[in-house]
Design a protein around this ligand. Structure first.
Ligand SMILES: NC(=O)c1ccc[n+]([C@@H]2O[C@H](COP(=O)([O-])OP(=O)(O)OC[C@H]3O[C@@H](n4cnc5c(N)ncnc54)[C@H](O)[C@@H]3O)[C@@H](O)[C@H]2O)c1
Length: 358
């Protein structure tokens, strides 16, 4: 197999997770990095022993010695860079969310179709070992038909600020940033049913709560307390064609007693809780059973999941296997997220199969 020569665009916080995983894969040569911030790009290149350093992604894409790219930039540049990369003949791993708008998502899909290149959406949670295990149970029919799911990620104080808090660059707040992970995971486990309607609410009540003292939380490098144009929290009810439904609630700021995560799917023969650890619930001989699969890490293992995500991408670049996170799944999610934002704005249910559909 040919070594896959990788370029990485966007050397911020998440880039390390990509680079560490690439560095650990013997089929990869890390070839170049790019960031608008030259010093950051140089620091990253030095840390990983990478020769190519760019501040304009077009220069990186013009390098014929690069086969594939990881896109780890702000959400508002995902579409532009993905399309340019595909058209330059590169395979693409694009961080979540795929992009900001449905039009952008469709343009990316068109570029994938026209170029025949790989585009993998960065749905890292799909690659987690506990999800791979659960998927086997679901695919074997052990949970029966899944008809309900719950996707909840509550941060009481956790607006990262910087571009995350700038709607123009991010596309929104917790819904598009962390909601995308958990909605996608439930939807994937449910067998990707077609959504027919969404009813959503977004709230801007608490702001980024930068007034809070004596309580630390993750802040982007360019945190600016005066900048915050995104929602504090969002909730939604999503209905699917097969009658199944998904309840979502996510927040950056909320008067909650503690941070919490709940991701769960429920079927006719059994259910599964995914956070904080995989646990399967079923019934046998008139008895309810809670089954705890014995895994090295029964919860979400961040480092290991990135390793699996990157290894999957490298395999695809070498022509091995089927894309677990294809562009269509990114398009479907952007449609869904945008419909939730629209529902909240217009204060009504939005149909995805009828007159509201784009
Ligand atoms: N999969 C996950 O769990 C996960 C976690 C965090 C972030 N992300 C995603 O990764 C992406 C980056 O997030 P982050 O936390 O690393 O942000 P960050 O602000 O730490 O880093 C982003 C970097 O991209 C650079 N950049 C922006 N536009 C650019 C352009 N046009 N060309 C070159 N460089 C550019 C910035 O200068 C910055 O260094 C986002 O899309 C985010 O949603 C995913």
């Amino acid at each position: 197999m040919e070594i896959v020569r990788i370029g990485l665009i966007g050397c911020g916080s998440i880039s390390d997770s990509h680079l560490q995983a690439y560095a650990a894969n013997p089929q990869v040569k890390l070839t170049a990095v790019c960031d608008l911030n030259e010093e950051r790009a140089r620091r990253t290149a030095k840390q990983y022993g990478i020769d190519g350093v760019h501040t304009d992604y077009r220069q990186l894409l013009a390098d014929p010695n690069i086969d594939a790219v990881s896109i780890c930039t702000w959400n508002n540049s995902h579409a532009e860079i993905s399309i340019a990369a595909l058209r330059a003949g590169k395979n693409v791993l694009c961080e979540k969310p795929l992009c900001k708008t449905v039009d952008e998502a469709l343009a990316i899909r068109q570029a994938v179709e026209e170029t025949g290149r790989v585009l993998q959406v960065g749905y890292v949670r799909r690659h987690a070992a506990n999800i791979e295990v659960l998927k086997r149970f679901i695919d074997a029919g052990d949970l029966g038909e899944l008809y309900y799911a719950k996707a909840s990620l509550i941060r009481r104080l956790g607006n990262p600020g910087g571009w995350f808090a700038d709607e123009e660059r991010s596309g929104g707040g917790p819904l598009i940033d962390i909601g995308v992970h958990v909605i996608d995971l439930c939807w994937y486990l449910m067998g990707k049913p077609a959504p027919v309607s969404v009813s959503g609410n977004t709230y801007r009540k608490l702001g980024n709560r930068s007034n809070i003292e004596n309580f630390s939380y993750y802040q982007a490098a360019d945190f600016d307390p005066s900048l915050n144009t995104v929602e504090d929290m969002a909730n939604a009810l999503i209905r699917f064609e097969n009658g199944a439904s998904l309840m979502v609630d996510v927040s950056f700021s909320l008067h909650a007693r503690k941070d919490s995560a709940q991701i769960a799917v429920f079927g006719e023969r059994g259910g599964a809780e995914i956070e904080p650890a995989l646990s399967i619930v079923t019934e046998q001989h008139n008895t309810i059973l809670n089954i705890d699969p014995q895994l090295t890490t029964p919860g979400f293992d961040f480092v290991d999941s990135f390793k699996r995500e990157i290894n999957h991408f490298v395999d695809l670049c070498q022509g091995k296997g089927d894309n677990l996170c294809p562009v269509d799944d990114g398009v479907a999610m952007i449609r869904l997220l945008n419909a939730i934002y629209r529902s909240a704005e217009e204060g009504r249910e939005i149909r995805l199969d009828g007159e509201d559909a784009q």
